[in-house]
Design a protein around this ligand. Sequence first.
Ligand code: PHE
Length: 331
Amino acid sequence: MDAAALEREGLAAVASAATPEELDGVRVEYLGRKSTLKLALRDVRDRESGLELNAIRERLEEAVEAREDELRSAVLDRRLTEEVLDVTLPGEERHLGTLHPTTLTRRVIEDAFLGLGYEVIDDREVETVHYNFDQLAFGPAHPSRSHRDTFFLDPERLLRTETSPSQIHVMEAKKPPIYMVSLGRVYRRDEITATRFPIFHQFEGLAVDRNITLADLKGTLLHVMRTLFGEHRQVRFRTHYFPFTEPSLEPDVSCPICEMEGCRTCKYTGWIELGGAGMVDPRVFSNVGIDPEEWTGFAFGCGIERAAQLRHGIPEIRPFWENDLRVLRQF
Ligand code: PHE
């Protein structure tokens, strides 16, 4: 064996190893137990060739080690340049959901009534003519009973046109005193305009107790309107007619958009109509078996979208039902 040639060949192989794996192969080939060098070392007889072969072994081992360091730092360098994390890249946008403005307003209303000791009710949306009209003392010729105004499912069943049937359900199920608020969807066959939509939400309050007066109704509405629209709100009543209240009233709230300076929303009157109200009609008490000589009560109903519109300054009702995320994400 030509020892010098073997060393040259070995050093060249080490130098050309391009990866740690290739270098491992070279190590096995030139320095492994069955390599030419190791076999020659085992057979060595004289001191001189023993020293020479050992010196070659040492130089080859050093070369392998040095190459190993080089390759390892090359691998590290490559990973450091290839796997860099560019902290200036924009991150992935993640949208958190937000509550719908109707839900936000509904919760404010629920909290206000819970604070007054009212029970919060979630009632059925499919009603019968009996509960939606008869028990509420609607006359036989009332226009709401017609197919033109109301969504009928069959001659007896319909989508409730207001939350007032909840008054009947609660009064049939419980004995007075009763303090309840019912919130949910109602349906009317209206054309879609800026202010009307065939489906919307109402909240309906009912209080039945001894010696309840109009002043209690006004104080309750004033408290709720101030919770919804701020402490400066005023409430006034205009007389009106509903079949199930006597007297019947329409509450107005002082305009929260212009603070009564006059604007388009309040049509320059400073006041905004907000639903209906009144003292429970004795006929309704009789229908549900409550003695009108002993018990008195008030009731009111308001649109929830309307309240949300005023709270957030949204001029139309349509966006509440279109569910355009660009709109909803603003709440
Ligand atoms: N239900 C009536 C409406 O939708 C509002 C109302 C509720 C009036 C309770 C009086 C008492 O217009």
